[in-house]
Design a protein around this ligand. Sequence first.
Ligand SMILES: [Zn+2]
Length: 317
Amino acid sequence: MKEEIFKIVMPTPFAVGDVNAYLVKGDSLTLIDGGVKTKEAWDAFQNQLKDLGYKPGDIEQIVLTHHHPDHVGLLDWLPEDIPVYGHPYARPWLEQDKNFSKGYDQFYIRLFTEFGMEGNPDHMLAALKAPLRYAARRKLTYEIEEDDVIPGLENWIILETPGHAQSHLVFYREEDGTLIAGDHILATISSNPLLEPSPDPWKERPKPQLQYNQSLRKMLDLEISKVYTGHGTEVMKVRQLIERRLARQHARAMEVQELLKEGPVTTFELAKNLFPEVYEKQLGLTLSETTAQLDYLLFNKAALKQFDESGTAYFSA
Ligand SMILES: [Zn+2]
């Protein structure tokens, strides 16, 4: 039996706009992702669920594409006995592990020095963590990784797609080429490769843009007919979209390389230059986006990174 997929659209307080969740009806009733924790999202969720003929208690399992607040928030308000499946990296976020949270803070404090940030580190950290108030605190019942199988979703292959989030997974139904992609593939915007610490925050950080490109290319091996996305509409011509995204990112990195030719700059100086309007309001996103291009240039030996004695990194072409 082929599962039916129903889209649930909810508002978010974030710049990205609405977020999608999906109800998958097969042998069991699965909710993929869980919106933000706001009254507006909860009302929208319940109304659409009701229109489909269900109530929250009918949901038999919850599966997460990744751990970001706009995909987990309503888990706080869904019945506690529903099991939650997600990547192991989603666990410390979802369970709000104190040790991991401390590691996250220190990870960013270290980066602030490396990036040459100006401003109060505590305030900047608070700004980065502000969206977490829309997240949930809940136990991750089962960890899933590549090629694991979720009961009731035996037709679906799990693929790891780190980049946008270190916990990111997509779900692929081979028989008809359906992909539930979370924020890995979006129709109208490129996915921000967010800077997140390793599972052990004291270890070397991942390079999310490089991971993301690899995870995008991984999708080219699949015969995808339709992508259900985390934000916005479905994607049909995924191959063209992936090629466009990769080309656009390369072009953006080359623009950054041009700026580096004017002399050594810090990540913070570069972020201000690239995003003069939004770098203060969207500190996390703009630092991630800037680091993404720098990681890419370094990997391709198109930039040079040197530290001064205080530990701040300077980039040049
Ligand atoms: Zn999202």
